[in-house]
Design a protein around this ligand. Structure first.
Ligand SMILES: [Zn+2]
Length: 409
């Protein structure tokens, strides 16, 4: 009887798989026979194909899918976010973190409205790695050049980056997702807990699956398949998985858990890459590159390669923690720390600023750039500067944020 029930369950599982999703959820035949009465392993559905195209190449005849492409050599705008706040009532509960979260983060509602607005204003996503290339100069030395992009006529390019997508411990109590997972539909989702403590798997509560969904619904927002660049530290692991080491006492049990987390995050990384996400370094320890000693910066960089780069693969992008530039925070300076970081393979050095400034260095193969930062500070105080993307008046969730000053109110 038990065996029959197991078989029946297996058949029901198969039936329900075939019935929903509209995809071919075929399960290999050996799994369906269920010789030992073991539970049937349910395989995730085959992923839908996802095309990633090169925006530096003009489509043949200048037309793709009926859309005319034209050369673009203007400014490439760059916006960056932190993880978004899923539950404002946990973030803005008056605790010690509330004002910091108000300053540096946006809520899910605000983020949805920002994506809709930049889409409506004609921006299309490009990957930061496609905007500049390394080439050889007339003097035989390597140098960076800005690429001509071939965009759908009338569109403007936009880079998105996402800092600290590590889902730090402090975020877990403050209304953020806990980690990225692969949902039953095979797509990236977030896992977390609602204010009542119930587990929630969703594609609507974190910046990454929200953008995935937005691009599914508006494919012309990402004509090349680009999403965003995830800027990762390493000191509390990555993407919600605690893959980091500790230099102090480190037990075998801790190492075994770390290895488990490493195995668990690998398919997440693979799926993110497959669907247009890329990765950059935000240093291992979120360190201040303007003031730390060379020795500690070198140790930190090595640790990032060992614990993060080993998982996400090589990158040429470095996002400065706190926006602080190396060697005394002077963008015109090419000091010893900058030279060291460049020698480690970094070519694009991104800070934070009041416009999408970029500058190709003349004395070293590198480009520096600034990013704009949609967050509480700019929603409250920089409405004008962001009008080309959105109107803070339409975006800001005044009712859920702390009662603090707003310039435009
Ligand atoms: Zn950061």
């Amino acid at each position: 009887m038990r065996r029959f029930t197991a078989l029946l369950l297996a058949v029901l599982t198969l039936l329900s798989l075939t019935a929903c999703g509209g995809q071919d959820a075929s399960v290999p035949e050996e799994d369906t026979e269920d010789p030992g009465g073991e539970p049937v392993e349910v395989l995730p559905p085959e992923p839908e194909p996802y095309d990633i195209l090169d925006p530096t190449v003009m489509p043949e005849g200048g037309v793709r899918d009926g859309v005319t492409y034209v050369a673009y050599d203007g400014i490439v705008e760059h916006l960056f976010f932190h993880p978004v706040i899923a539950y404002p009532e946990l973030a803005f509960d008056g605790d010690a973190q509330a004002n910091g979260l108000d300053d540096y983060m946006v809520t899910v509602d605000e983020y949805n409205k920002i994506l809709q607005s930049v889409y409506d204003k004609g921006y299309v996503l490009v990957d930061i790695g496609d905007v500049w290339s390394e080439t050889t100069g007339e003097d035989g030395q390597p140098k960076m050049v800005k690429n001509t992009l071939y965009l759908p006529e009338g569109k403007k390019p936009l880079i998105l980056s996402y800092d600290d997508t590590n889902y730090y411990d402090y975020m877990l109590q403050n209304g953020f997702a806990y980690k990225l997972i692969i949902g039953e539909d095979g797509k990236i989702a977030s896992w977390g807990k609602d204010p009542q403590g119930n587990e929630v798997v969703s594609r609507d509560l974190d910046a990454i699956p929200i953008l995935d969904k937005f691009v599914e619904e508006h494919p012309d927002f990402s004509p090349f398949g680009a999403k965003g660049c995830l800027s990762l530290t390493g000191y509390q692991g990555i993407l919600g998985y605690r893959t980091q080491t500790d230099t102090k006492s480190w037990t075998e049990a801790q190492e075994a858990n770390r290895q488990k987390e490493i195995e668990a995050v690998k398919p997440i990384i693979a799926e993110l890459k497959r669907t247009g996400w890329t990765f950059g370094s935000h240093t291992w320890g979120h360190i201040r590159l303007g003031t730390k000693s060379m020795e500690s910066i070198q140790a930190d960089t090595q640790r990032w390669f060992d614990e993060v780069g080993s998982l996400v693969g090589p990158t040429t992008i470095l996002f400065y923690p706190h926006g602080e530039r190396p060697d005394g925070n002077d963008w015109q300076n090419t000091g010893p720390v900058f030279r060291y970081l460049q020698s480690q393979g970094f070519r694009v050095f991104a800070s934070v600023g009041i416009e999408s400034f970029s500058y190709i260095k003349k004395d070293i193969c590198a480009v520096i750039c600034d990013r704009l930062h949609p967050d509480g500070t700019t929603l409250r105080h920089s409405r004008d500067r962001y009008l080309q993307f959105y109107d803070a008046k339409d975006i800001m969730d005044v009712a859920v944020r702390p009662q603090r000053e707003i310039d435009w109110a």
